[in-house]
Design a protein. Structure first.
Length: 319
């Protein structure tokens, strides 16, 4: 009979009743690492002792542990790796921890996430890869909770099913689309789709068909992160010109507004309001022209005369 997740959980828990010599040494090493004053923890240094103490030494060498700079929606992931010679067979497992979400969190969150993903890896290995389905469809069924609770009780950890790093997740979801249909007035999302990557809402989303039937609205992008210098350099001439034109129009308009306020003496520090103009300073019209003439180049940030900006862009930043 094939081993179930519950069978595997009970086998691992049974080893905690009386620790073997190897488990005692592993526990001592873990305690030494966790008792240090280091703010950060080396997940590779911890993984092998945890493997011996809680997972019957079954995880290594089949499981690889690493940090991922791309995970922004979940704190960690347990990823199956197919055999390059047999696509229907899995030979390795990768445990990836989210660098963006965990790098500023307390180290206990890193440790709890590492143990969470290690439990998944343990079940994959002991149940011949059937754990991915599980009795709840997510892999967080009764057996997962049983083993997680045993580890928490034994070591004082807080391994949970879901993380609570909602603020961190939201800070990376900088690509935002807004629906123009009725759903924009309905909680909890109010027609907004926020993503960490620039992936337009569409048929690939599980909720797309339901949205089409119940709302039928169209999504338009309303926010995105500033482009990096490398991304700007990859733009073609037409794309770059469009971005430059939009920025110049906005900045020139802003300059005109500021110029108008300055000419009326409306400034935040009161300097222009209180200082009298001397005859040598010229007329109010001349002062207004001087304030109005300069804008900042959107590429190199050099100050350029307003009527020279197009020439500057063509000369200094050709497509």
């Amino acid at each position: 009979m094939a081993t179930t997740d519950e069978d595997a959980a009970l086998q691992a828990i049974a080893t905690l009743d009386t620790l073997s010599e190897g488990q005692e040494e592993a526990k001592a090493k873990i305690d030494a690492i966790l008792c240090s004053d280091e703010l950060f923890v080396d997940i590779h240094e911890l993984f092998n002792p945890y493997n011996i103490l809680y997972f019957r030494s079954l995880l290594l060498p089949r499981v690889e542990v690493s940090w991922s700079p791309r995970l922004t929606l979940c704190a960690g992931i347990c990823e199956l790796v197919r055999d390059p010679n047999n696509g229907n067979k899995y030979t390795k497992i990768r445990l990836k921890l989210s660098e963006p979400l965990l790098k500023f969190r307390p180290r206990r969150d890193v440790i709890n996430t590492l143990l969470h993903e290690a439990i998944h890896a343990y079940f994959f290995i002991t149940t011949s890869w059937r754990h991915s389905r599980g009795d709840d469809g997510t892999g967080h069924g009764a057996a997962f909770l049983l083993l997680a609770d045993a580890i928490n009780s034994h070591g004082g950890y807080e391994v949970t099913v879901f993380h609570s790093f909602h603020d961190e997740v939201d800070s990376y979801r900088t690509h935002v689309w807004q629906c123009d249909g009725v759903c924009r007035s309905q909680p909890p999302f109010f027609g907004l789709v926020k993503r960490a990557m620039n992936r337009v809402p569409g048929k690939g989303d599980s909720w797309w068909q339901k949205h089409a039937e119940e709302c039928g609205g169209r999504f338009a992008k309303v926010a995105e992160p500033e482009m990096t210098k490398a991304q700007l350099e990859k733009l073609n001439g037409l794309e770059r010109a469009g971005r430059q034109s939009n920025k110049i129009d906005a900045w020139v308009g802003k300059d005109r507004t500021l110029t108008s306020k300055a000419a009326e003496g409306d400034t935040t520090d009161g300097f222009l309001r209180s200082k009298k103009r001397s005859p040598s300073q010229g007329s109010e019209s001349d002062a207004r022209k001087k304030v109005r003439t300069a804008v900042c180049c959107p590429i190199c940030e050099e100050t350029v005369a307003t009527d020279e900006i197009n020439h500057h862009l063509d000369r200094s930043h050709p497509s």
